[in-house]
Design a protein around this ligand. Structure first.
Ligand code: URA
Length: 262
């Protein structure tokens, strides 16, 4: 039954809320202005936000949507309480959420300082990492350690992790379903750390965090926004080992990181 006492705007709003509710699209919220993306690149496509569907996707009989400026929508969706890395690790458990669990020896969660200002995100563990349960301890890892030290930091002062936490057979590139299953744990690690800078090593890390396909060659050396944090991208150290010709670009990127961290 309609409530005749409601003013027309409130009545239209209620009709819309009921309409969304019937479609199962609850709860609604409006992004705070301060949370708005600085650029297109700052919108992770898989962000855990519920987009308000465009009116054009609905049947024409539906009422016109009210402008989403009402205080009712002012709050962002409830965020998790601050989680510690230990809590996230505990929830991951002896993960069997994807097929990579069948072949791995060890889950490589990540390591470093929980107060790190700088976080490196790689692709996924290789053979050495799988054996030791630590990220970046093989040849590419030695090079990454060298990069970190060239920034005037120790490995223990940064945090190092990967998009996926289990080694893919034969070190193949992680598959989409594996990334989709594992990356929420990475996102939670980054939210827990909230560093001054996240440095993506290579395109898998960059594309996972940006939620879209981008060329590392085109965007390396650039800064992006990720959930209110700064994101940077450079080549994966394994790529540099195979392509020594990009050494100069990597040095330039390290200089930018150094400058940014101050
Ligand atoms: N390559 C990665 O991307 N991550 C590691 O941990 C090791 C090598």
């Amino acid at each position: 039954m309609k409530d005749e006492r409601l003013p027309p705007a409130a009545e239209r709003l209620r009709a819309w809320l009921e309409f969304y509710d019937e479609l199962g699209l609850t709860p609604l919220y409006r992004r705070r202005r301060s949370d708005a993306p600085a650029s297109e690149a700052s919108v992770p496509q898989r962000a855990a936000t519920l987009p308000v569907p465009a009116a054009a996707t609905f049947v024409s009989a539906a009422p016109t949507p009210p402008p989403l400026t009402l205080s009712l929508f002012e709050e962002a969706p409830p965020r998790r309480e601050h989680e510690s890395l230990e809590q996230i690790r505990a929830e991951l458990g002896e993960c069997t959420r994807c097929k990579l669990s069948q072949h791995r020896r060890t889950i490589v969660f990540g390591e470093g300082s929980s107060h790190a200002q700088l976080v490196f995100v790689g692709e996924g563990p290789g053979a050495e990492e799988d054996a030791q349960g630590r990220p970046f301890v093989g040849r590419a890892g030695q090079l990454l350690t060298h990069w970190i030290e060239s920034l005037g930091l120790k490995r223990s002062e940064v945090y190092i992790c990967n998009v996926i936490k289990c080694r893919p057979p034969g070190n193949r590139t992680p598959e989409r379903d594996e990334i989709e299953t594992c990356s929420p744990f990475l996102f939670r690690q980054l939210e827990s750390l909230r560093p001054k800078l996240i440095c993506c090593l290579g395109s898998v890390a960059l594309q996972t965090l940006l939620g879209k396909s981008v060329s590392i060659t085109r965007v390396r050396g650039q800064f992006f926004d990720w959930r209110g944090l700064k994101l940077f991208a450079t080549f994966h150290p394994a790529y540099l080992l195979r392509n020594p010709g990009v050494q100069r670009e990597v040095q330039e990127d390290l200089r930018r990181i150094c400058q940014f961290l101050g």
